[in-house]
Design a protein around this ligand. Structure first.
Ligand code: SAH
Length: 250
C-alpha cells in the first residue's frame, strides 16, 4: 500500500504588519488544513487564519507543559503523514533565528516534502519602520545579525565579542532584551566606543511599535526605565542617528 503524505510549508509571516505578508504566505494560509503557529507573528496576522483550519498553538501549554521544539517537529510530521497541507507559521523569516532549519532537517529525515516561504525579517523591517536603514553609504557598509540570548552560564560563547567590538558595521541583535546589560558591557570591554548609538525597537511594524534611543553606555538603563520587553530588536551603530531624520515625527 502506498501512503500519500501531505506537505509542510515553513512560512514566514514577516514582522507583524499584515501588509508585509507575502502573497505566497497569504495564499498558503488561506488554503491550509492545519496551521501550527506561535505568538511571534502577532495578533493582527493570527486573527486572519481561516476558521475551518485546525490551529495548533505551539507556544501554549499542551496539557501541563509547553510544546518543546522536538514535540513541535513531531506534530508537524504526524499531521503531514495524515495527508494534510500543514503550515508552520513563524514570525519574520523562518531561517533567521527561527529554528526553521532544524524543523526542515527533521522533515527531510522523515521523507516529508517541505517548502520554505521566506518572510521579511524583523531585523530589517523593524529598524526600517523606526527610520533606521541597516546599511547606508555614509554610515555602515556591513551589517551582522546575532542572537543576544546566549545563556551566560554556557562555558564557551559562540559569540566572539572581541571581534564584534571591532566590527565596523551595524550590529543587529535578536532576542537581546534580557542580556542587554551583559552584551553592551562586553562590547565596551573589548574597545567599542561607549558613545556608539543604539536603538531598541519593540513590536516593530505593529501599531504599538515603540523606539528607545541611547548609547552603548546607557541603553541598558534606559531599557529598564522604560520597561522594554520582547519582542524587540537592538540596533547598534551610526545608522541609528538617521532615526532623527527618517523616523516618524509623531
Ligand atoms: N525569525 C524571526 C526572528 C525569531 S527570534 C525574524 O526573522 O524576525 C525572535 C526575536 O525576533 C525576538 O526576540 C525579537 O528580537 C525579534 N522580533 C521578531 N519580531 C519582532 C518585531 N515585530 N519587532 C521587534 N523585534 C522582533
Amino acid at each position: 500500500m502506498t501512503v500519500e503524505y501531505g506537505k509542510v510549508y515553513l512560512v514566514g509571516s514577516g514582522p507583524g504588519d499584515p501588509e508585509l505578508l507575502t502573497l505566497k504566505a497569504r495564499r498558503l494560509i488561506d488554503n491550509a488544513n492545519v496551521i501550527i503557529y506561535d505568538q511571534l507573528p502577532g495578533k493582527r496576522i493570527l486573527e486572519t487564519m481561516p476558521e475551518n483550519a485546525e490551529k495548533i498553538d505551539a507556544g501554549k501549554f499542551a496539557g501541563d507543559h509547553r510544546l518543546t521544539q522536538s514535540e513541535i517537529n513531531q506534530v508537524l510530521i504526524k499531521k503531514a503523514k495524515e495527508g494534510n497541507a500543514v503550515i508552520r507559521l513563524k514570525g519574520g523569516d523562518p531561517y533567521m533565528f527561527g529554528r526553521g532549519g532544524e524543523e526542515a532537517e527533521d522533515l527531510v529525515r522523515e521523507g516529508i516534502e517541505f517548502e520554505i516561504v521566506p518572510g521579511i525579517t524583523s531585523a530589517i523591517a523593524a529598524p526600517a519602520y523606526a527610520g533606521i536603514p541597516v546599511t547606508h553609504r555614509d554610515h555602515a557598509s556591513m551589517v551582522t545579525f546575532i542572537t543576544g540570548h546566549e545563556d551566560p552560564t554556557k562555558e564557551e560563547s559562540a559569540l566572539d565579542w572581541e571581534t564584534l567590538a571591532k566590527f565596523n558595521g551595524t550590529i543587529v541583535i535578536f532576542m537581546g532584551v534580557k542580556m542587554l546589560e551583559r552584551n553592551t558591557s562586553e562590547l565596551i570591554k573589548f574597545g567599542k566606543d561607549p558613545a556608539t548609538p543604539v536603538a531598541l525597537v519593540e513590536r516593530g511594524t505593529r501599531p504599538d511599535q515603540r523606539v528607545t534611543i541611547g548609547t552603548l553606555e546607557n541603553i541598558a538603563v534606559a531599557a529598564e526605565q522604560r520597561n522594554v520587553k520582547a519582542p524587540a530588536i537592538t540596533i547598534i551603530g551610526d545608522v541609528v542617528k538617521l532615526h532623527d531624520i527618517l523616523g516618524s515625527q509623531t
